[in-house]
Design a protein around this ligand. Structure first.
Ligand code: AP5
Ligand code: MG
Length: 210
């Protein structure tokens, strides 16, 4: 099974991707995570990506398509995968088709902009294992440490208020048109974000398996 998880920044792609991974044992491939790893490792691509990410802009298509294509060669992708945050432009969606990849479903998480701002302002992430928390909606059990690996939690650098607004603007301009793109192909499964992670995860799992 090959799925796309689409949605605005902070819509819950990472959170609900983890729920699908647990149910279906498929890897979640987040292009955001691939880019952050490249930035941490200070590779050439990582260095080039930094300015775009910190300004809340999209990384150029060629760069992110190359990173994804390489990741999809790994053995764990043989039986399928969940793409988190890719494609984000029509050109990226076309690149997937050109690679001969047939997507089964596109799960589109719909969350209003005001809610997004609250969510990202309260988000905590584990840089070690990638787990995501929220100070109010999904707090860690310990004071500020990851439930899975016990590492210290932190904020993401692009979760500054001005950068959040720019990421949202770019999402509406460049990524939202993909809804029509996939709806016209009969692949779009919209899921309205709920107040709690659990309630939304139920709807997401129903959309994947119905
Ligand atoms: P990326 O890392 O993908 O960031 P994003 O799209 O901005 O999305 P986020 O990871 O911020 O949010 P999310 O939807 O995963 O939400 P989460 O589950 O964490 O990309 C970062 C950057 O990399 C981009 O800005 C761009 O520069 C670049 N990039 C990446 N892919 C690219 C591409 N394809 N092309 C070009 N550039 C690319 O949830 C958010 C918070 O809400 C958490 O605290 C969570 O606990 C909470 N929460 C989640 N669901 C609920 C719920 N139902 N109720 C209450 N709280 C909830
Ligand atoms: Mg994410």
């Amino acid at each position: 099974m090959k799925l796309i998880l689409m949605g605005a920044p902070g819509a819950g792609k990472g959170t609900h991707g983890a729920a699908i991974r647990e149910r279906y044992h498929l890897p979640v491939i987040s292009t955001g995570d691939l880019i952050r790893k490249a930035m941490q490792a200070e590779t050439k691509a990582g260095e080039q990506a930094k300015a775009f990410v910190s300004a809340g802009k999209l990384v150029p298509d060629e760069m992110v398509i190359a990173m994804l294509e390489e990741r999809l060669q790994a053995p764990d992708c043989q039986k399928g995968y969940i793409l988190d945050g890719f494609p984000r432009t029509i050109a990226q969606a076309q690149a997937l088709e050109e690679m001969g990849i047939v997507i089964d479903r596109v799960i589109d998480l719909e969350v209003e902009d005001e809610v997004i701002v609250q969510r990202l302002a309260g988000r905590l992430v584990c840089r070690e294992c990638g787990a995501t928390y929220h100070i109010q909606y999904s707090p860690p059990t310990g004071a500020n440490t990851c439930d899975h690996c016990n590492h210290l939690l932190s904020r993401r650098e692009d979760d500054e208020p001005a950068t959040i607004l720019e990421r949202l603007r770019i999402y509406h301009e460049q990524t939202e048109p993909l809804r029509d793109y996939y709806a016209s192909r009969g692949k779009l499964y919209p899921v309205k974000g709920q107040d709690t992670v659990e309630a939304t995860s139920k709807l997401v799992l129903a959309a994947v398996g119905s």
